[in-house]
Ligand binder design. Structure first.
Ligand SMILES: Nc1ccn([C@H]2C[C@H](O)[C@@H](COP(=O)(O)OP(=O)(O)OP(=O)(O)O)O2)c(=O)n1
Length: 362
């Protein structure tokens, strides 16, 4: 059996065969080169704390006991920071037995520090969908830094479908790097199943901008509105003042950028591992799916950096320029996507440097 990640055309075929079902037609740009964006349904349930259904229960069973309040999302509603909401998704699955899936926040969601995880009935892990799963999908949503406005149809999370297991081993990864230059580094560090990304704290432009720290007690961000907010109402810029380092405060959220540009060739998809306990007491906060074609020069992506959402654990931590902060795992596609990231898909982050989410004016 050929193994790998399903492309845009294969996702469309799942939908056509009613293996992927939605009460509404799919949005025109909902299918991405190697993933499908998931849409919020009609209601959000405010719960006291996050939970997993476990092998004997459905999410609905648990909600009957745990929900404190129901919110109508049809006209949009504010979801507050520090609160946990459970939202049924418009999409549900009836997967063939050889197809599994995994979910992840969209990059725009991670950049807003909105914590999201997908749950399935009887699920014992977040964001993992067992082969052959039949049933609804639910999203846990918890805004961490900014209160948000979301509504039925808002797309916060995405799902990748796969057949079998097609993650590249370290030898294959090194060979692909030699052929295709996956991260622009003369001394690539391949270990732990992935290729390392390090942090850029030298900064950009004359003033040496290295990143942003999220402000507290801000106005709300509407997740469906592009370029609607002023950067400085929500973010404090951070500059390199000579030392090319940054002390991470454990209570703060940072947007930083990788030193290397990243390349995902058309026949591969990548994923940034969210946490590498060997590199320090901080983490790249959200795992990220990297689409086929991201940073690919034929798709207009030469020089695309990875944007990193970073938090420290428990203690303040000094991050230094060039320090490894995450790893990219590469996986084979089952076939080349019909459209690559960046090529006419309304992609927001191709050829990016240090870039906040699309909600802020550039
Ligand atoms: N931590 C991350 C995660 C992803 N990306 C890049 C690689 C992805 O190919 C690209 C787009 O990611 P998503 O599809 O998750 O993002 P959105 O759906 O929000 O953006 P778009 O509308 O551009 O697809 O962003 C990044 O720079 N840093």
């Amino acid at each position: 059996m050929a193994e790998g990640i399903l492309s845009d055309s294969a996702i469309q075929a799942l939908f056509d065969a009613a293996r992927l079902v939605s009460g509404r037609p799919l949005d025109a740009d909902q299918i991405q080169p190697a993933s499908l964006d998931l849409r919020l349904g009609a209601r959000a349930y405010r719960v006291r704390a996050s939970f997993l259904p476990g092998p004997t229960a459905t999410v609905e069973d648990k909600l009957k006991r745990l929900s404190m309040h129901e919110i109508d999302l049809s006209a949009g509603a504010v979801l507050e920071t520090g609160c946990v909401y459970i939202v049924p998704l418009l999409e549900s699955l009836d997967l063939p037995s050889e197809i599994s899936a995994s979910a992840n926040p969209k990059s725009s969601t991670g950049r807003l520090d909105i914590f999201t995880r997908v749950m399935t009935d009887h699920g014992q892990e977040f964001d993992k969908i067992a082969p052959g799963y039949t049933g609804p999908l639910w999203l846990e949503v918890s805004p961490r830094t900014f209160p948000i406005v979301a509504r039925t149809g808002s797309r916060l999370s995405q799902i990748r479908f796969r057949k079998g297991h097609a993650v590249l081993g370290e030898d294959e990864l090194s060979a692909l790097h030699t052929a295709e230059m996956l991260v622009a580094s003369e001394t690539p560090n391949v270990s732990g199943g992935g290729i390392a990304l390090s942090i850029d704290l030298m900064g950009q432009g004359d003033d040496g901008l290295i990143g942003y720290r999220g402000k507290h007690h801000t106005a709300v961000v509407d997740v469906d509105k592009r370029a609607a907010q002023e950067v400085f109402d929500f973010w404090e810029p951070l500059y390199n003042r000579g030392s090319a380092d940054l002390i991470l405060d454990p209570d703060e959220f940072y947007i930083l950028v990788s030193r290397e540009s990243v390349h995902v060739p058309p026949l591969y998809a990548a994923e940034m591992t969210p946490f590498d306990p060997l590199v320090g007491e901080f983490r790249v906060h959200y795992a990220g799916f990297f689409d086929p074609g991201f940073g690919h020069s034929e798709a207009g992506g030469a020089g695309s950096r990875a944007v990193l959402e970073v938090r420290s654990h428990e203690v303040p931590f000094i991050l230094e320029h060039g320090q490894i902060v995450g790893r990219l795992i590469y996986e084979k596609m089952l076939e080349r996507p019909a459209a690559l990231y960046g090529s006419g898909l309304g992609s927001n982050y191709q050829a990016q440097g240090l870039k906040l989410s699309k909600h802020f004016r550039a």
